[in-house]
Design a protein around this ligand. Structure first.
Ligand code: GLN
Length: 319
């Protein structure tokens, strides 16, 4: 016989095996939480318990596998940058968005002002604070918070998402660096909306309360080319999905995106609330929650769990 019919490499053979592998990914992540610390520059985030950890993985075959603290609500933080960019692409188009923000990784911290002041007037990409704030300035002219909240609920397939008032107020009180960014953008004449309204919307979107399951849903919708797999409804255009996932891969973990690409290789976005959202084309949406962060501000446990899962199931897009 010339050809044999084999399972694609890296695919698990049965649901029991998937459960075992994701259980091991959970253990790897949970063990890793000990190496991190919770964010404290937003005082409300310092109240999180760094030992908490959870992973929720959902695939397009309809399986959901969850371990640990997957129902616990926490603030989405920078993962909202994906929502903001998706909304901008949907309502303003590719050109209308990328006329105002670039598509390049920075190699700098998420809240850096360095390159914005010295290298380029336009922010480098929408996955860092400067770029997300710029995107929000565009949105601030055409959409209000309630509409963005509806958009987030639909994207995450989670009607329970609410504004975490305590986190929002904590951010608004201490967010001077983000105010510096918005006013720097204004001083350069590139900001597209009112600075105070823009940064307020940015803080609100960072303060949405999600859980690991909502993040898995977000990843799953992207893995499914922008279509909600449960209703069949298209939420995001296919070409926008490609843009979102490309920027997640190159910029989604800030100045750790390169190493993450090598060791995990799953388009993902992190947030300082402890979440990571990952999306494996035509296969998985993955959400992790582990508020103990590494020195780059990414969830220590989340990275370890995603790395384990990626390697065990052959999910690295370059594998
Ligand atoms: N709200 C946070 C900030 O602007 C988001 C940062 C993050 O999650 N990396 O600093």
């Amino acid at each position: 016989m010339l050809f044999t019919c084999e399972q694609p490499e890296g695919q698990a053979r049965d649901p029991g095996e998937l459960e075992r592998i994701i259980g091991q990914a959970y253990e790897a992540g949970r063990a890793r939480t000990q190496t991190g610390t919770v964010a404290s520059y937003i005082p409300e985030l310092a109240k999180a318990d760094g030992r908490e950890f959870g992973i929720c993985a959902r695939n397009l075959a309809g399986e959901t596998i969850a371990f640990g603290d997957t129902e616990k609500r926490f603030s989405i933080q920078s993962i909202s940058k994906v929502l903001n960019l998706a909304a901008a692409l949907t309502f303003l188009g590719v050109r209308g968005t990328f006329a105002h923000v670039r598509m390049e990784p920075t190699g700098d911290a998420f809240n850096s002002i360095l390159k914005l002041d010295t290298v380029s007037d336009l922010p480098f990409n929408p996955m860092i604070n400067a770029g997300a704030i710029q995107v929000m300035s565009l949105l601030s002219n055409i959409i209000d918070f309630e509409q963005l909240l509806c958009f987030a609920r639909a994207f995450c397939m989670d009607e329970q998402i609410q504004l975490n008032e305590a986190v929002y107020h904590s951010e608004a009180e201490t967010g001077d660096r983000n105010r510096a960014i918005v006013y720097l953008l204004k001083s350069k004449g590139v900001l597209q909306g009112d600075p105070d309204k823009t940064v307020d919307l940015y803080f609100r979107m960072c303060s949405l309360n999600v859980n690991a399951r909502s993040l898995a849903n977000m990843g799953l919708l992207l893995a499914n080319g922008g279509v909600n797999p449960f209703t069949g409804q298209r939420m995001i255009q296919t070409d926008h999905v490609r843009i979102l996932r490309s920027l997640m891969l190159t910029c989604g973990l800030y100045d750790e995106s390169g190493a993450y690409g090598v060791w995990v290789g799953i388009p993902s976005k992190s947030g300082v609330g402890g979440g990571i959202m990952g999306s494996v084309t035509r296969q998985w949406g993955i959400g992790t929650y582990g508020p103990a962060l590494n020195e780059k501000g990414n969830s220590a446990g989340g990275i370890a769990a995603l790395r384990y899962m990626s390697q065990a199931l052959g999910l690295n897009i370059f594998a």
